[in-house]
Design a protein around this ligand. Structure first.
Ligand code: FAD
Length: 474
């Protein structure tokens, strides 16, 4: 059987795996690295634009594996079937064996589907979006289930189709924003969203490898994934969104399973969703955007297994090491179990996949040469930049008062249609911020969260538009 050897073997060609490979190339280009991936395209972070010390915007490029390759970095499209940690080997589906000194698992996550019904679709990779696009074109009504970033983007992007948005919270986009910010976005929903030509230009360019085959098991999509796809339904109207708050899907039913207990039946639909609030909707398609489950089902042939966290992520310590000797993990597949910094927590986002991938390269290299490494500063503060309903959104620290219990207050500044600013304070110190619109306050907020300056006497002025606080702290 063919056998290859490398100092480092990485499993997974998503943002985490590729960032790790690139990091290793910078740190020790003399050491051979092999990256094994299941998909014919890999993802790379590019055009990094720092907004502050810790906050950066970047593009995500989908590229062919050979564009990442360097003299001592080989990328092989051959999914991994099993690991033998005693022999330090990995065996691929095609039967090839790869011997490693240090191994990193970056296998991402798989969509958590609410049902296996054929009309339920999860969006994860290029293939699932392509299939989604085809099905949208033939749809009059779509039910979107979930309240995270992906669901929010889908609801925003879909046109020409009636949408029923099922969310378990009492306001939209709850993982990222609070009820006030949700209210700020309501106008975008009520007005049938902005027309394509009204939208602000998309500042992040998305590159796609033309003609690249799509296969399942590919890397998760990155930001602006929807800009390459026309998500237009059968109808001529812009959009109609009906949000069903505080409920979940209790059943997905085929037409023959619908009875009088389901208080509907307007006309025949291919599939129905029964909600916990008693309503039932017929629709053409159900989008299950209820998050991902870490892809941690990795087979060991030497009886070992990974310690998994409750969310099925592979537990990693502050060096990104798993419980199995010489095996590290990074990105969506892992769950950090170190003592987290007060203003950081895990959210399975591309920012963290990139940060973890770059950092694990350092810890793998340090482990190879037996040197200590200090944890990266990026794990001091949660940061995320995104775009909801055409607005720039920057979120920092404990933006939804995570970890703070009841003991906090919020400062707000809202200009409808322009900006929404929320600052979370505890005992006179800034804990987190949500900045929607072009606010230019990200640097000030980042500094104040990190340095925990006592702002008791300044709280009233912090968001006063007539006072240049940024200048004040300079
Ligand atoms: P992935 O990107 O999932 O990569 C996993 C890799 O492992 C793939 O290359 C896969 O082929 C490979 N693999 C799996 N099993 C094997 C195996 N057995 N052998 C070899 N290779 C294997 N985040 C944001 O921050 N902003 C956004 O706007 C945003 N939008 C999103 C939109 C959608 C529709 C989705 C699904 C996700 C979005 N995310 C967003 C989340 C973000 O995409 C993920 O957090 C991030 O891509 C995770 O990167 P990763 O490298 O850990 O995993």
């Amino acid at each position: 059987m063919e056998e290859q050897e490398a100092s480092f073997v990485i499993i997974g060609g998503g943002i985490a795996g590729v960032s790790c490979a690139e990091g290793l190339q910078c740190l020790c280009p003399e050491e051979k690295t092999i990256l094994l991936t299941a998909s014919p395209v890999v993802k790379r972070v590019t055009n990094v634009v720092p907004l502050t010390k810790m906050l950066a915007k970047f593009d995500v490029e989908e590229i062919t594996p050979d564009s990442v390759e360097q003299e001592s970095l080989i990328v092989i499209q051959d999914p991994v079937a099993s690991i033998n940690s005693s022999n330090h080997t990995v065996t691929s589906i095609s039967g090839r064996i790869f011997r490693y000194k240090k191994l990193c698992v970056c296998t991402g996550g798989v969509p958590r589907l609410i049902s296996t019904n054929e009309h339920v679709i999860g969006i994860r990779d290029t293939e699932s979006v392509a299939s989604f696009q085809k099905r949208v074109a033939n749809s009059q009504r779509i039910v979107v289930v979930g309240n995270g970033g992906i669901a929010t983007e889908i609801v925003y992007e879909l046109t020409g189709v009636e949408i029923v948005w099922v969310i378990k919270d009492n306001h939209i986009s709850a993982p990222f924003i609070d009820p006030g910010a949700a209210e700020f976005f309501q106008d975008s929903l009520k007005q049938g969203k902005l027309k394509t030509e009204d939208k602000k230009p998309i500042k992040r360019k998305v590159y796609t490898v033309s003609g690249a085959e799509t296969v399942s098991g590919g890397a998760a999509l990155g930001p602006d994934w929807h800009t390459n796809y026309n998500l237009h339904g059968k109808s001529s109207f812009k959009s109609k969104v009906n949000v069903e708050y505080n409920c979940e899907v209790s059943a997905v039913l085929n037409p023959e399973e619908v009875d009088e207990s389901c208080k509907i039946v307007d006309e025949k639909w291919p599939v129905y969703v029964k909600l916990t609030n008693g309503r039932t909707y017929g629709c053409d398609l159900i989008v299950s955007a209820t998050g991902v489950v870490p892809n941690s089902d990795i087979v060991f042939t030497d009886g070992k297994q990974f310690d998994l966290a409750e969310d099925k992520g592979i537990r990693v310590n502050e060096q990104m090491e798993t419980n199995v000797m010489d095996i590290f993990a990074a990105g969506d597949v892992c769950t950090p179990v170190w003592e987290l910094a007060p203003h950081w927590f895990q959210m399975r986002l591309w920012t963290q996949a990139h940060q973890m991938g770059s950092y694990v390269a350092k810890t793998m290299h340090a482990s190879l040469i037996n040197q200590p490494v200090l944890q990266d500063f990026c794990f001091e503060l949660f940061t995320h930049v995104t775009n909801f309903f055409g607005y720039n959104v920057v979120i920092l620290g404990l933006f939804n008062a995570q970890k703070l219990g009841q003991n906090y207050s919020c400062l707000l500044r809202v200009t409808p249609g322009v900006e929404y600013l929320k600052i979370v304070m505890k005992e006179g110190r800034m804990q987190g911020a949500v900045l929607i619109g072009d606010t230019d306050l990200e640097e000030m907020c980042e500094n104040l969260i990190l340095n925990q300056l006592d702002l008791t006497n300044l709280e009233n002025d912090l968001l006063n538009p007539d006072i240049d606080m940024d200048d004040y702290f300079d």
